[in-house]
Design a protein around this ligand. Structure first.
Ligand SMILES: [Zn+2]
Length: 198
């Protein structure tokens, strides 16, 4: 099995930051993705960063990279986890939406199983915080990431770890314990899934 970890946006991608401009999603996603890949590798799992570059790599190119691996190894031998931080507004003001969520492509049962493992890990690692099972205020970011879910051949999920335009979420995300919990949720969810399909 090959676990591909995507970190979404480039580090200079416009928008994709907190209302005060301090937090940039592309930088944060990368930090988490690097730690998730390293942790998985430590456990003997073949894991790779989908986007080692710092630039914003187009969705088309990211899909091409994923599907190249699927064609090489078989689509059942690859999974994709795309790591993001959510936003409720347009980045100009602080909002109230909170919570952790995970999205899958429609009709992919293997991706549903992966999402379930990730949600269970999230419930364990984020006690007292909201784990969203539905969403009505998703932003355009999620819409565009559905392209990644639709076009990739293997089971694929997008995680949105809390909201960068919620002050409380942001404080948690940037804390040492918060970062570790985000990393652990991904690592544990992925390893549980891999165990379940062995
Ligand atoms: Zn994002």
């Amino acid at each position: 099995m090959i676990v591909l970890v995507d970190n979404g946006h480039g580090i200079f991608t416009p928008g994709k930051r907190s209302p005060d401009g301090e937090f940039r999603e592309g930088i944060y996603n990368r930090e988490i993705a690097v730690r998730v890949v390293a942790d998985l590798q430590d456990r003997g799992i073949k894991a790779e960063l989908l986007v080692p570059e710092e630039d914003d790599i187009s969705l088309q190119e990211r899909v091409r990279r994923v599907n190249t691996q699927c064609l090489l190894h078989g689509k059942k031998k690859v999974i994709l986890v795309s790591i993001h931080v959510n936003a409720a507004g347009n980045g100009t003001k602080w909002m109230n939406a909170t919570g952790w969520s995970c999205y899958t492509s429609v009709g992919q049962t293997a991706a549903d199983q992966l999402a379930t493992c990730l949600c269970e890990a999230a419930i364990k690692h984020f006690p007292g915080r909201r784990i969203r099972s539905d969403w009505s205020d998703g932003d355009a970011d999620i819409e565009s990431n559905f392209y990644l879910l639709r076009k990739t051949l293997c089971p694929a999920v997008v995680t949105e770890s809390f909201y960068m335009d919620n002050r409380s979420d942001l404080e948690f995300l940037q804390s040492r314990a918060g970062k570790q919990a985000v990393v652990d949720t991904h690592v544990e969810g992925i390893t549980e899934y891999l165990e379940s399909i062995r």
